[in-house]
Design a protein around this ligand. Sequence first.
Ligand code: PMP
Length: 357
Amino acid sequence: MSRFFSERYDNLTPYTPGEQPQKTGYVKLNTNESPFAASPYAIKAAYTEMKQLELYPDPECAGLRRALADTYNLTPSQVLATNGSDEALYFAFLAFCDEKHPAVFADVTYDFYRVFAELTGTNYRLIPLEGDLTIDPKKFAKAGGTVFLANPNAPTGLALSRDEVEYIIAQNQDNVVVVDEAYVDFGAESCVSLIDKYDNLLVVRTFSKSRSMAGARLGFAMGCDPLINDLNTLRYSTNPYNINRMTMAAGIGALADKDYFYNCLNTICDNRAESKLKLEELGFEVTNSKANFLFAKHPDIGGQELYEKLKQRGVLIRHFEKSRIKDYNRITVGTMGQMNLLVKHISEILEEKHENS
Ligand code: PMP
């Protein structure tokens, strides 16, 4: 830290992204990326757009917002495009959290909520997950602050039904409820259809997972016009050109390629089911994930140890230090080739462990 770094950040512990090794050859199951390339429509559109790099992109993101509005049955004024969904979450903290509106979120959830609270000087209250890692919606009633709810939750993969999320929204009408649907396409119920009913609902989504575009950095927020206007005020006060030309074009291309989208989703969901069974056969306890990852623990090996042994064998998964979930690992669902390799390495590691004990 330099001697000039503001004291404002004394309590800030930054987010730790998953490892992004620059060396190739790893089976990479650690950051919930898609194992599939982006749609060929998206790649072609981005390439064409590259020929106009000398010009700023459209700060209104009009074409992309129209395509998103068509996709989700909304008006373009109900949609805001952001540089990854992390930026939408950041804008939501800037816009809807202050001394009178602390942030409220689960004790085990996406760690960026804590980071954005610390960064923006927002107080926050943690609501503990149940013993089985599920969320009890009743504990989020009258939360007394801006609610941040990942549905499905990360890293557990567990989802609330739309009715349960609606209960939380209805019980917090004096506060914004931000529903982070980064993983919703993989089998959970979205609450986008509730946007016209509740003026306190903001839904945040990403192209990083189900649309195979983590490298493009594209997210979006959906909500009633006034909420989106508020976020736009923050966007125009920080970075009006937050979406670059290639990403904007790729986003429109990806939305147009519905067959490709559903094919990828179906394959991931099939692979998730098959891999879950294989891990259970090896003795793992695996949550009922509705996301593109599995969350699993084994009685004979700790989360950290399994992570390290797999890394030595060239397979990356994600382990979190947090005490409540330290026995678990989060494993991104890849191709069946990758998942079979994972299972093979894990069975060898478990065998070695049994031989040595
Ligand atoms: N929300 C959740 C729950 C996530 O796990 C992630 C991915 N790390 C994000 C939001 C952010 O994704 P992105 O910024 O790539 O859109």
